[in-house]
Design a protein around this ligand. Structure first.
Ligand code: LMR
Length: 398
């Protein structure tokens, strides 16, 4: 049967990541994949994570199977971060959280669950969105459309067009929203725009599916969760996929969560039962290590505050790199201001560079950015910034 399989391309992020890995030039630089690297260009192991790991190993616990949904402590920690510790969603037990295989796994649990309850729904993702959103929802059997989002002129969000488009969707459609640090553009909605969106989706009976992969990388843990908390206050059904890849620098541990929020607490256990069944028939139950680290850090006050300060350090450093990149590019007079980079949030910047620019950066300088112009600002540091600025200046002025 395999003879008939046509060639299947990788998505652009992973395709370029592979090309980068195979590039033998020592000066190569990966600004493609959303990974934070520190001042020295290394992926940090956070001190809070290291301590939690040591504690965990010292306990020498047997490696039993985990509950399908993850441990109670992990699930509670996820909800505390998303909703705030005293939130009414938690006290009313209106949400079910399942440990997932990274944020992508959370999206997949959610997509499979929605396919059971809204089988004919259209899924709307932002234009542009994370490369894998469309593919993931199509793979789950949905028709996927795009709603207007990025405005190349203003480098901001086309909020009016976005709302106008969402109003045309049939009732029961699913809208995928980036809570913060929009991937790939870095342009987020304002608190007022989120409030309007809560109303709009309610009035038009649209189902929100919030992807929050960068909590803490934008403005702060609570600030970045505003969208989640506003939807939660509206007492509606919605879904959240969250990730600890970036905020804990635990990429390869694949640790995230799917959280299903219900307007009515009476349905939570049935929804959770269905989600557990989906997990059981997919990968049975989730892995231990990443979840144990996250749970230990979040449930040990000293480690929790250490983690918050480490997260704050990563956030501040990214912001400083944004400022230096924007100012350095502007000093080189490239025919337009790059100050918009400062207004963007999180790891990524939609830089305005073209596919041709990206190709020359790759071919001539070994600097990998996506063809869409998305740059991972979180991989810049004082040691490589000048080189990146010189290379961008060269390709733009060519
Ligand atoms: C990215 O967008 O680069 C990250 O989310 C990594 C990935 O899985 O694509």
């Amino acid at each position: 049967p395999f003879l008939h399989i046509p060639g299947t391309p990788l998505d652009p992020i992973m395709a370029l990541f592979e090309a980068y890995n195979h590039d033998s030039r020592p000066e190569k630089l990966n600004l493609v994949v959303g990974v934070y690297t520190d001042e020295n260009g290394s992926i940090p192991i956070l001190d809070s994570v290291r301590s939690a790991e040591q504690e965990w190993f010292a306990q020498g616990k047997p490696k039993n199977y985990r509950p399908i949904e993850g441990t109670p402590g992990f699930r509670r920690s996820v909800q505390d971060l998303l909703f705030g510790e005293d939130s009414e969603v938690i006290t009313d037990q209106r949400a079910a959280t399942l440990q997932s295989v990274g944020g992508t796994g959370g999206l997949k649990i959610g997509a499979d669950l929605l396919k059971k309850v809204l089988p004919d729904a259209v899924v709307a993702v932002s234009d542009p969105s994370w490369e894998n959103h469309r593919a993931l929802f199509e793979a789950a059997g949905f028709k996927v459309v795009s709603y207007p989002y990025h405005d190349p002129q203003s480098h901001g969000v086309r909020f009016d067009s976005m709302c106008a488009f969402l109003r045309t969707l049939p009732a029961g459609s699913i809208v995928v929203l980036h809570a913060c640090c929009h991937n790939p553009t870095g342009s987020d909605l304002s608190p007022d725009q989120w409030r309007m969106l809560v109303d709009l989706t309610g009035e038009n009976d649209l189902f929100p599916f919030i992807d929050i992969a960068y909590q803490g990388f934008g403005r702060g843990l609570a600030e970045d969760a505003l969208a989640v908390r506003l939807f939660a206050q509206a007492h509606r059904d919605f879904l959240i996929a969250s990730s600890f890849s970036k905020s804990f620098s635990l990429y390869g541990e694949r640790i995230g969560a799917a959280t299903i929020v219900c307007g009515d607490p009476a349905v939570v256990s049935r929804v959770e039962g269905l989600a557990k069944r989906l997990v059981r028939t997919n990968y049975s139950n989730p892995p231990t290590h990443g979840a144990a680290i996250v749970e230990t850090v979040l449930r040990t006050p000293s480690l929790r505050s250490l983690w918050e300060s480490e997260l704050g350090h990563m956030r501040t450093r990214i912001r400083r790199m944004r400022e230096q990149l924007a100012d350095a590019l502007d000093r080189n007079d490239l025919g337009g201001s790059f100050q918009f980079i400062k207004a963007q949030n999180g790891m990524f910047s939609y830089s305005g560079l073209s596919a041709e620019h990206a190709k020359t950066l790759r071919d001539d300088f070994g600097i990998y950015v996506l063809d869409t112009g998305r740059i991972c600002v979180a991989a810049l540091n004082d040691g490589n910034l000048d080189r990146v600025v010189r290379a961008i200046t060269h390709v733009v002025k060519r």
